[in-house]
Structure formats: C-alpha cells, structure tokens
Design a protein around this ligand. Sequence first.
Ligand SMILES: Cc1cc2nc3c(=O)[nH]c(=O)nc-3n(C[C@H](O)[C@H](O)[C@H](O)COP(=O)(O)O)c2cc1C
Length: 211
Amino acid sequence: MKMKKILLGMAVALTLTACNENKQQVTTATDTAKTVTDVMMSRRSIRAYKDSVINRETLNEILKCGINAPNGQNLQSYEIRVIDSPALIDSITQAVVKDNPKIAERKGFKNIFVNAPCVICIANNTEYDMSQIDCGLLGENIILSAWDKGIGSCCLGSSARWIQDSPSAKPFLDRMAFSKGYQLLYCIALGYPAETPDAKPRRDDMIRYME
Ligand SMILES: Cc1cc2nc3c(=O)[nH]c(=O)nc-3n(C[C@H](O)[C@H](O)[C@H](O)COP(=O)(O)O)c2cc1C
C-alpha cells in the first residue's frame, strides 16, 4: 500500500512541469493543497505588531501573489497604495484623530491601522459591478501570502472609512491619487505579529447542499 502511494506520488510529480514563472519546486498536488490549507486554517487577524520593518522585496512578493488572484474578465479592477513610511502613517493618523479624537483613546493606540508598521490601501472601480469581489480576492491572496511568510495582517474597513470621512485626511486621500471612478474600499494592516490570537468560532449553518 505504502509503495503504491509512493509510486502514485512520483507519477503525479513527474507529470507536473517546473515551468511556472517563480520556478517553484515541483510538488504533488496533494502537498500543495495541504500547505495552502494549513495557511488558511492557521491565519488569524493580528492587531499587535513588532516594530520590525517588512522589507520591500518581501512586500513585492506578497503583492505579486495579490495581483495573481482571480479577477473578473482579467480587468484587475483595483488600485493599490502601499504605505510603509512611519512618518506618513503618523501623519495620516494625526489627521484622522484630529477629526475623531475618540479613536486615539483606545488602550495602546499608536496608529489608525491597528498599530501596524505597514498598510496596503485598496481602491475599487465604482463603475464595475464585480470590482469589490476583485478587491476581496486580491486582499485574501495578500493576507495568505503574508501569513505564509510569517507576517500578520488585519483587514480594515474602519480605517478606510475614517480616511474617507475625515476632512483633515483629504490631502492624504488626494496623495493616493486613485484614478477617476476609483474609491478607497479597505485597508490591510501588515507586520510581524506580536500576538497569537485564538481562532474565532465559525458557524456552518449558512452552508446547505442542494439536491
Ligand atoms: C471587510 C472586513 C472588514 C474588517 N474591518 C475590521 C476593522 O475595521 N477592525 C478590525 O480590527 N478588524 C476588522 N476586520 C477583521 C475581522 O474582525 C476578522 O477577520 C474576524 O473577526 C474574524 O477573525 P479572524 O480574521 O482572526 O479569523 C475586518 C474584516 C473584514 C473581512
């Protein structure tokens, strides 16, 4: 039985060619699926980060995974701004807090991106009805790729709303220079985790098989 499994594994490996752009090692379909499942099931939203900076090479690898996500008609209907400058994160934070002082009252508050050292701002094309789906899939690939590299993340609707709704943050929104018809939809905080939160329970009663 064991030998049969090994032979089957070898056959699968031999049929896969190492022709992908990233020259990834050839693995069996089963190995790949297991790794992806592990990453998906172990990921948690992280809201406490180490000060360590994520280098740009690593960020680029993560973003490349992001834009490789499926997207409607391959329109790639998103625009992405990466902010890893502590000074810029501080300035945006100060602008938002000026208009919403309560935000800074949270315990341990450092910035409006759950204190992360890096944030990815994602805008959707408001003229394309599937754009929010494109943005969500883009973000999930970013989040999972980051987690695979030991980098934590937190999807943030609140931060995007604060930036959109704070008149004092308007200059920063302008600096993001999203194209006409594009609107900041959400942010993803990124950084090396300084906490290991437990998984939150999930319901499954919303899933039904139809016969
Ligand atoms: C669209 C969206 C918006 C979110 N906005 C926030 C937010 O503003 N602040 C926050 O702390 N977490 C935010 N989250 C993270 C969720 O709270 C988190 O994913 C959820 O509680 C499940 O926990 P888990 O990610 O650890 O599995 C958001 C997640 C999504 C998908």
